[in-house]
Design a protein around this ligand. Structure first.
Ligand code: UD1
Length: 360
């Protein structure tokens, strides 16, 4: 039986892995060893996803977190190499664009172990983003790139990947499959609406955690000023990332926004299903808004998911107060059909089949 090592570390990776790990367990053709780097470690940022989504428990937990980029990536590289020496897998699977992703890819490639990158080919064209650096390096050293969108394929072609040995394939977006699979379970499993006393269709869902927004205090204040304005019309609910929480506290920023603790996957789906609109700087949540037929205001200067903007489902506003409130008003008066097949079908099966092929 062929063996893969899957590297997980941050919240969105748990969601993506839930889809693939379930298929791997059902098919029983591949042995999967899960490594948790420890990048996200709070129970409500990590364990809740493993429990709710029945992700197999990691065989290794490296417990590396809260460090600078270099220290975090370096320690992960060293520890993942040790795991690979013990496990001797046929391939490593890495997801997305975090420090855990690039550390896993680099460790494996240097040991001549095949690298499979899920959610490959995305670009923001903003080299100040750690994620952009991580994804470019990961793509370049991967053997198999599994791409969520045609745009991702186009990006790779523009970078000359057709001239390399790297295989790249359009599989569709794995997060779409997670939403499709888990949505039906939400009524039974989610408690957030009752817990936080929220009424369906009466609140806006917001998340803010990107360094460009949290670490530049003017940007953070500007975003919260907009959210406070919007709160006068509709309640704004914001599950707060630990980094954002620390910075709001440090600068004693007061807000009318309803700040709640980070939520698990079922509660997040319940919030998405029941909100009026989404305001976020997250990559994944932009698409999850679309899958739940909600407009999304993107509090960033660019997006990797350009098809959302091109089709009028999302708009890019950065951190500017006025732009955020104007976008909110525009979307409040807009009706649109969200029935557009942007992110593929049978994505989990497509990804699984491509992995089988490359394992040989
Ligand atoms: C990371 C990813 C980002 C992804 C995000 C998902 C990188 C470079 N960034 O960003 O691409 O969108 O995850 O959420 O890999 N913290 C806690 N408890 C936790 C997790 C984090 O207190 O459970 C704290 C950390 O100690 C740190 C801060 O939050 O001070 C940021 O965490 P970190 O993992 O460095 O980056 P994220 O912003 O979460």
């Amino acid at each position: 039986m062929k063996k893969i090592v899957s590297i997980l570390g941050a919240r969105p990776q748990f969601v993506k892995a839930a889809v693939l790990s379930r298929i791997i367990a059902e098919k029983n053709d591949i042995e999967e060893v899960i490594v948790h780097t420890g990048q996200h470690y709070d129970a409500n940022m990590s364990a809740v996803f493993f429990d709710d989504m029945h992700i197999p428990q990691p065989k290794y937990n490296l417990n590396i977190n809260g460090l600078s980029h270099g220290a975090m990536t370096g320690q992960m590289l060293e520890k993942i190499e040790e795991v690979l020496q013990i496990e001797k897998p046929d391939a490593i699977v890495v997801y997305g664009d975090t420090n855990s992703t690039v550390a896993g890819a680099l460790a494996a490639k240097k040991m001549h172990i095949k690298v499979i990158h899920i959610e490959a080919g995305l670009r923001s064209f903003n080299m100040k983003m750690p994620e952009e650096i991580n994804r470019i390096i990961t793509d370049r050293i991967s053997d198999l790139l599994l791409c969520p969108t045609q745009k991702a394929i186009d990006n790779l072609i523009a970078e000359g990947f057709e001239n390399l040995e790297t295989q790249f394939v359009l599989t569709g977006d794995i997060m779409k499959e997670a939403v499709t699979y888990y949505s039906a379970m939400v009524p039974k499993k989610a408690t957030v609406l009752q817990d936080c006393n929220l009424t369906s269709d009466a609140f806006i869902l917001a998340t803010i955690h990107r360094p460009e927004n949290t670490d530049t205090i003017e940007n953070l204040k500007s975003i919260f000023k907009a959210l406070d304005e919007i709160s006068k019309i509709h309640q704004v609910v914001l599950p707060i990332h630990p980094r954002t929480k620390k910075i709001l506290e440090k600068h004693q920023i007061k807000t009318q926004v309803k700040l709640i603790d980070p939520v698990g996957y079922f509660d997040m789906l319940a919030l998405l299903q029941n909100c009026k609109m989404v305001i976020t700087d997250s990559g994944g949540l932009q698409k999850e808004a679309f899958f739940n037929k909600k407009f999304c205001i993107i509090a960033r200067e660019e997006t990797e998911w350009v098809e959302l903007v091109d089709n009028g489902f999302a708009t890019i506003v950065g951190s500017d107060t006025q732009k955020i409130t104007t976008a909110f008003k525009d979307f409040s008066n807009k009706e649109i059909s969200f029935e557009k097949p942007l992110y593929g079908t049978d994505v989990g099966a497509n990804i699984y089949n491509e992995i089988l092929k490359v394992l040989g």
